[in-house]
Design a protein around this ligand. Sequence first.
Ligand code: ATP
Ligand code: MG
Length: 546
Amino acid sequence: MAEFDMEANNFIEQIINEDLASGKVSAIQTRFPPEPNGYLHIGHAKSMFVNFGTALKYGGKCNLFFDDTNPSKEKTEFVDAIRADIRWLGYEWARECYASDFFDTIYEYALRLIREGKAFVCDLSAEEIKNTRGTLTEPGKESPYRNRTIEENLKLFTEMKEGKYKDGEKCLRAKIDMASPNVNMRDPVIYRILHATHHRTGDKWCIYPMYDYAHPICDYLQGVTHSLCTLEFEDHRPLYDWVGIQLGFSPKPRQIEFARLNITNTVMSKRYLKKLVEEGFVHGWDDPRMPTLTGLRSRGIPAAAVRDFCSRIGIAKANSECEYSYFEACVREYLNAHAQRAMAVLSPVKLTITDYEGEEELDFDINQTDENAGTRKIRFTRNLYIESTDFSLDPPPKYFRLKKGGYVRLKNAYIIKCEDVVTDKDGNVTEILCTHVPESRSGNDTSGIKVKGVIHWVNADDAVDVTLKQYESLLKDAEYAGQDFGERMNPESEKIISAKAEPYIASVEEGTPFQLMRTGYYKKCTENGKTCLSEIVSLKDSFNKK
Ligand code: ATP
Ligand code: MG
């Protein structure tokens, strides 16, 4: 018994429930259909969430379908990258197939359409076809080649396949209706001549089916029940259905369109992302600032946070734009719950606790939001570094960080009091001299002193020098659309800072995410043998960022 009484969470599930209830389908099959002409981006994550997620919900299957009908732009490099990115996001496909797997059948079906008088070979050029297609208000003009005999069409199409004609010299068009209100139905081209080597079929073919014709056939041959795609294909649905009806597909796959994901301050089209890479605006497809999945992964964004984001933005029929900050909030929320804490100081100033002798190992909360996370030991001595921005010689009112004569708590350590400072000849503070309250140790504070400020620190003698990388969005503003990338690029989207960090950070596995206290979420990596902390996402109320 199919579980069609499941609650529908969106309009696609509503349709599926109806199709299950009416007995139109009994098991759900979807497909994720990337074209292997670039790397997947976060928009594709939404498409995967919809396609894989829907199949999962109904105990159905989702195939990975490579739409490789455009040989001049497709490469095996992209196929491999797409596979890796899907797995990274946490999805597994039932079957991997390619439009090119079906080229023989697609060709046979074209012969069938010709034999039934539903397709003809046309000698008009692409330009002429475009010019005779009509407009939204005017019908198109029938091709003078529309009434060729079936025999002539069969002969010419076979010759097209055999390589007798040059690119663009002829094409195969469906014979539908030049007066249709839908321009896509005005005798659309279904096969074109293209003498190009295909990354899988080599030189076997010099004619290639057009997407609108091939896609319904590939869906049907894979057993797809619901072909979920983005809104720009809505006007193509009549053609999708026409192909299925003419070829007698039963059950006929059903195309359902949903809104694309658009995010502010970033580019979400493979074509433009490619431009960024090729013109050197970024270091590569996996640059941490790129909205590609490989970029998000090198940024250190957890796949679970991306899935969570996709589930929260929902699946709707109407296009809309999502704020980049909403994506960041999802990432932050995930990391807040899952990332361990550590301390690093970005603009170090020396702090000496003059009345503290020796050293101790203090308990440091690994993640205070997770009661099972526990603690680890950190070394504490009299010689520390704190952020120079956590001390003020001339504090404004309500300044809760360190000032002369003021108290502050050192995170997971003691309450200290600033007694004096050492300055250089220009008046810059070079050392802060403090005393500590011995009975105020965190976890065992009997001092009775209440302080408002808690600041982070590192122990000076074993702190490690690390390179910190901070990022801002790649594009200055979403409103520059249409302008040159050079003008839209944010020149300061990558910032490099040197910092002092706990030695612990150097000892953990590559890729470990941290919340650097009061700074942001960072991923540990090693570059040229040096420990590096690369920003995943900033903290909302960070002191270090304006
Ligand atoms: P691009 O325009 O970036 O090249 P595309 O649509 O050409 O993207 P495809 O490889 O054809 O990329 O896309 C595979 C699937 O992912 C398609 O079904 C497409 O509709 C979907 N998809 C692409 N971009 C988005 C997006 N921003 N939001 C949701 N789905 C998307
Ligand atoms: Mg596309």
